[in-house]
Design a protein around this ligand. Structure first.
Ligand SMILES: NC(=O)c1ccc[n+]([C@@H]2O[C@H](COP(=O)([O-])OP(=O)(O)OC[C@H]3O[C@@H](n4cnc5c(N)ncnc54)[C@H](OP(=O)(O)O)[C@@H]3O)[C@@H](O)[C@H]2O)c1
Length: 230
C-alpha cells in the first residue's frame, strides 16, 4: 500500500513510518520540516502544513490510505490544529477518492474514560493536566473527531492513553470507544494503526489502545514529555 503519514516527523509518526516501511508499504511522509527525515527506500517526503488544504491536496495524491499522528501543544489559547487539519485532510481525501483514514486522537475524547484502579490519575492528574492545562487542546481534538465522523470516509479514530517511549512492540490491547488503561507506548500505538489498516476491525468507530505489559518510569516520563519535548 502507498500510505500518507501526517506528523511523520513526530515521536509517534517516526515509529509509524519505520514500521510501515518495514512491513513493505510505501510511505509519503508529510512534514513541515523535511530536513530532519533521513532518506530511506520506499520513503517519499512531502512538505505541507496539514492545515493548508492546497498543500495537503498535493501531498496525498496517489496514496491508498492516510494515517495521521500529528499533534499540537498545550496552550491557554484556542487550539485549531486538529480540526483544521482534519478538515483539510478529509476534503482532500474526498477529492482524490481515498477512503481509508486513521487519525490519532486520545482516550480523553471519550467522556466516560476513567481507567480502573487509577485513583491518583483519575482524581488528581487527569483533572489537572488533561482537563485544565490541556483543555483547549482536547476541545479541538473533539472538534476533529466530529469533523471526521461527519464524512463518509472509512475512518478510525485511534485513542491512546498517556504516551511513552518503549523499544519494542508489546502485546498491546485494543477496544472499541476507549481502552481501560493509563498508558500507551508509541511503538504500540503505531503497530495498532498498521494492524487496523489491514484488519479493519474498527471501521467508522473509535479504537482505544493501551500498553499493559510494561509501565513507563514516571520520572523519565515527566522529564521527556513535560520538560524536554516542550
Ligand atoms: N502525550 C500524550 O500523553 C498523548 C496522549 C494521548 C494522545 N496524544 C496524541 O497523540 C498524538 C501523537 O503525539 P506525539 O507526542 O507522538 O506527537 P506530537 O509531538 O504531538 O506531534 C507530532 C507532529 O505533528 C506535526 N504537526 C503539528 N502541527 C502540524 C501542522 N500544522 N502541519 C503538519 N504537521 C504538524 C509536527 O511535525 P512537523 O513539525 O515535522 O511538521 C510534530 O512533529 C498527538 O495528537 C497527541 O495529542 C498524546
Amino acid at each position: 500500500m502507498r500510505i500518507a503519514v501526517f506528523g511523520a516527523n513526530g515521536p509517534t509518526g517516526r515509529h509509524l513510518t519505520g514500521q510501515a516501511l518495514a512491513a513493505g508499504h510505501e510511505v509519503v511522509a508529510v512534514t513541515r520540516r523535511p530536513g530532519s527525515l533521513p532518506a530511506r527506500a520506499g520513503l517519499t517526503v512531502a512538505v505541507a502544513d496539514a492545515t493548508d488544504p492546497v498543500a495537503v491536496d498535493a501531498a496525498i495524491g496517489g496514496t491508498d490510505a492516510v494515517l495521521s499522528a500529528l499533534g499540537a501543544r498545550f496552550s491557554k489559547k484556542p487550539v485549531t490544529t486538529y480540526s483544521a487539519s482534519a478538515t483539510a485532510i478529509t476534503g482532500a481525501m474526498a477529492r482524490h477518492g481515498i477512503k481509508r483514514l486513521l487519525t490519532v486522537s486520545s482516550s480523553i475524547a471519550d467522556p466516560n474514560w476513567r481507567p480502573t484502579g487509577a485513583h491518583f490519575f483519575n482524581h488528581v492528574l487527569d483533572p489537572l493536566v488533561n482537563r485544565r492545562l490541556g483543555r483547549t487542546l482536547h476541545e479541538d481534538m473533539r472538534r476533529m473527531e466530529t469533523v471526521i465522523r461527519r464524512t463518509d470516509l472509512d475512518w478510525t479514530l485511534v485513542r491512546p492513553s498517556g504516551l511513552f517511549e518503549h523499544s519494542a512492540i508489546t502485546d498491546y490491547l485494543t477496544a472499541e470507544t476507549s481502552a481501560d488503561g493509563v498508558f500507551t507506548a508509541r511503538v504500540d500505538l503505531a503497530a495498532s494503526m498498521l494492524r487496523e489498516l489491514e484488519e479493519e476491525r474498527y471501521s467508522r468507530t473509535a479504537m482505544g489502545v493501551i500498553t499493559t505489559a510494561v509501565k513507563p518510569n514516571i520520572a523519565r516520563l515527566i522529564w521527556h514529555e513535560g520538560v524536554k519535548k516542550r
